[in-house]
Design a protein around this ligand. Structure first.
Ligand SMILES: [Zn+2]
Ligand SMILES: [Zn+2]
Length: 445
């Protein structure tokens, strides 16, 4: 498997003398398998160069473009990607969808007349759009596994298994609960993460020959950017170590970090590997860099459900229970703007009554409520005589994010957490993730 980095920068293209070595273009990676399959990961400004290279080859291009999410830095190269304009070419384009999110519509929005002179309909190539959820599918001889990332937009990571190697592309992801103190320089070593979602992420990376991972911040910067949806490089190392990955590419470089700054971050990551006693090889992804992944352990991830998003979406009801009217108002506004019906409760007893009567698709419960707490409501639901009520997904709203409390909630049957303070964009993305995932049996784990 051949890997070529066309864009490694996060958030904003940053060309200039300070970024010559690691590059200024945003997210885009080209993958070629031994059988000749072409997979492009993300379509940031780096895709312009890739498009020119593909066009120069002359032959018709058959390719697959996998988009993590549609933030600008991951799709800004799309209207400038030359192979989409040529009639002989055929492209399949994938991105997270469902619950009203539709890739074709989103990409068309970026190419409306106000923003761009050519519309999506004017692209000459045969293009098929695929809305994905978490799951897996086959592309010729490549097995693709998708997993939701923790980001203020619905985002998917991609794991590609082919040629006896596994590559994981995990751009724009934030740890759910850091399982090592931010003051620790030693790293996690083999310690497993405390949060179930972080454990899932480690499983997603498991045994990979190459992990390309969001490493936008360092730990000191991260303190100021909690909730922004990105991983400090030190935690990318911890994830990769826990997953026993072979190689880690630091990726999605912070726009204000110059080449010397990336060098320094890389050095500290390598020290972290050494102090954890790991074998992980770490490098910082550089624009133009090519890596050949020779036959590896052939690590495969367990089979999951098909990744095709269900078509059509019915309006869903969500219960918000919190004794703080400001939180209720904020959540109601965020969720209603996404077309959800919102019912509310001001304490635990009322939440239980509404849950039994309405059987909402999702419950957002404050941990600390007068009378019955969110955890106690969850326990009561899990003990209900009605199987439909027992299965309701419950997300606890909490300001407590310590490992101890996290574990206690999961033991009581909580599906996940929403940690205060939160931003509306993050809530919207997380709610979609929980709803799109609810019927895959994840709650049983
Ligand atoms: Zn990004
Ligand atoms: Zn993003």
């Amino acid at each position: 498997m051949l890997v070529r980095f066309w864009g490694t920068r996060g958030s904003l293209a940053k060309p200039g003398p300070g970024t010559l070595r690691y590059g200024g273009n945003t997210s885009c990676v080209e993958i070629r398998t031994a059988s000749g399959a072409l997979i492009v990961l993300d379509c940031g400004t780096g895709a312009h160069g890739l498009g020119q290279a593909l066009s120069a080859e002359g032959a018709p291009v058959r390719g697959h473009l996998m988009i993590t999410h549609t933030h600008w830095d991951h799709i800004q190269g799309f209207p400038f990607f030359a192979p989409l304009f040529q009639r002989a070419n055929e492209w399949d384009i994938y991105a997270p969808g469902g619950l009203g999110l539709q890739l074709e519509r989103t990409l068309a929005g970026q190419m409306e007349y106000t923003y761009f002179p050519v519309t999506l309909q004017q692209l000459g190539a045969v293009i098929r759009y695929h809305d994905l959820v978490e799951g897996s599918f086959m592309l010729d001889d490549v097995r693709v596994v998708t997993k939701y990332l923790n980001h203020p937009a619905l985002a998917l990571g991609y794991r590609l298994e082919a040629d006896s190697v596994a590559l994981v592309y995990s751009s724009d992801h934030e740890p759910h609960v850091p399982w090592v103190s931010m003051d620790s320089v030693a790293g996690a070593g083999d310690a497993p993460p405390a949060h179930r979602e972080d454990l899932r992420h480690v499983e997603f990376l498991a045994g990979a020959d190459l992990v390309i991972h969001d490493a936008q911040y360092d730990l000191a910067e991260y303190r100021e950017k909690v909730g922004w949806g990105h991983t400090p490089a030190e935690y990318a190392v911890d994830y990769a170590l826990a997953a026993r990955a072979r190689r880690l590419a630091l990726y999605h470089h912070e726009p204000v970090r110059d080449d010397a700054g990336v060098d320094a971050l890389l050095e500290s990551c390598r020290r972290r590997v050494v102090s954890a006693g790991g074998q992980l090889e770490v490098f910082a992804a550089a624009e133009g860099q090519v890596i050949e992944l020779a036959e590896g352990a052939g690590a495969t991830m367990a089979a999951t459900r098909p990744a095709a998003a269900p078509s059509g979406a019915s309006p869903e009801t969500i219960l918000v229970a919190d004794d703080d009217p400001t939180i209720v108002m904020l959540l109601r506004a965020s969720l209603e703007s996404d077309g959800f019906r919102v019912v509310t409760a001001g304490d635990g007893k009322a939440a239980l009554d509404v849950a039994r009567a309405e059987r909402p698709a999702l419950l957002l419960l404050d941990w600390q409520m007068p009378g019955i707490s969110g955890v106690e409501v969850t326990r009561a639901l899990r003990d209900d005589t009605d199987p439909a009520v027992r299965a309701l997904p419950v997300v606890l709203i909490t300001a407590q994010s310590g490992a101890e409390n996290t574990a206690a909630g999961f033991a009581a049957g909580v599906t996940d957490y929403l940690t205060k303070p939160f931003r509306p964009a993050h809530v919207r993305a997380r709610v979609r993730t929980w709803l799109l995932r609810r019927d895959d049996g994840a709650a049983e784990r």
